[in-house]
Design a protein around this ligand. Sequence first.
Ligand SMILES: [Zn+2]
Length: 162
Amino acid sequence: MTKEKEQSKDDEVSTILSDFFQFYIILLLSEGPNHGYGLIKAFKERTGRNLSAGTLYPFLHKLQEKGIVSQTDKPVGKKPRTIYSLTRKGRKFCDRLFSRFAAITASAIEPRLETCASCGVRIYEGGYHEVIDGQEMAFCCVHCAAAYKKEGESHNHAHHEH
Ligand SMILES: [Zn+2]
């Protein structure tokens, strides 16, 4: 599995991130109801780490006591399975948790973000790169690149058409 190889290279990062296990569990539940085994599996996929049942279930019960999580038993095949899902209160809790988390990560991410050379927005994902006058420029989209080039051309002409 190449995925696991990549993960072992990044072992230090994984260790620290898996200490966020509570955060991960809530994040996973925010993506949809899940049973315990599903959470353990998803945790393993995301972090490359094992989450033991002895860690997971007491935490889920704590969340239930706080009214953040509710459980229902649904039959899966012949066996009933306990499905955990966020309550309405839990969703509100998630909003607060994620916006707090976003504020923390923004200060780590934003200085590393590129800025569109045309409109000045921060480029969070992908963006559009083009070499202009031998220099690689970053844009949020092709349209901004086109606008930038158009502006450059008009500056290059000595006479503006006014
Ligand atoms: Zn732009």
